[in-house]
Ligand binder design. Structure first.
Ligand SMILES: Cc1cc2nc3c(=O)[nH]c(=O)nc-3n(C[C@H](O)[C@H](O)[C@H](O)COP(=O)(O)O)c2cc1C
Length: 119
């Protein structure tokens, strides 16, 4: 994780990408915001990375303002609470509404506002 965070901080800063990453020990959930081309480029890099598999995009689209503007990659590590928060949107993948994604994002907001993470 230290390697991933260090590389991400460098690249994301250079590409004006911001966002948050949480990890349960089994699953990652990653929220990325920035220029569409920069995001597409990063998605290619992440897809090539053998350190994880079965990548799913839960939600994507334009936003009016950044949610994690101060964070190249806010990071929160494993906890049971985080594991449950990730399981919810994964169960909802084929259902409309996707309230699980919003819950997951609010959890990321919480970590950032409580300064559990390191930008
Ligand atoms: C869950 C996960 C999230 C990642 N997030 C980022 C990221 O936000 N920015 C980044 O530059 N690399 C990220 N990486 C690392 C990339 O997958 C890749 O190893 C790195 O960008 C170097 O890519 P390259 O060797 O193709 O240039 C992430 C890797 C994992 C497993």
């Amino acid at each position: 994780m230290a390697d991933i965070i260090a590389a991400s901080r460098r690249w994301n800063n250079a590409s004006s990408l911001t966002g948050a990453l949480i990890f349960t020990g089994e699953y990652f959930a990653h929220y990325i915001e920035g220029d569409e081309k920069a995001i597409d480029q990063l998605k290619l890099k992440i897809r090539r990375d053998p350190r994880h598999t079965d990548i799913v995009t839960l939600s994507e689209g334009p936003i009016s303002q950044r949610r994690f503007a101060r964070w190249a990659i806010a990071y929160a590590g494993a906890s049971q609470y985080v594991a449950q928060a990730i399981a919810l949107p994964l169960r909802e993948i084929d259902r409309p509404g996707k309230s699980g994604v919003n819950k997951l994002l609010r959890l990321m907001d919480e970590f950032v506002s409580q300064d559990y993470s390191h930008a």
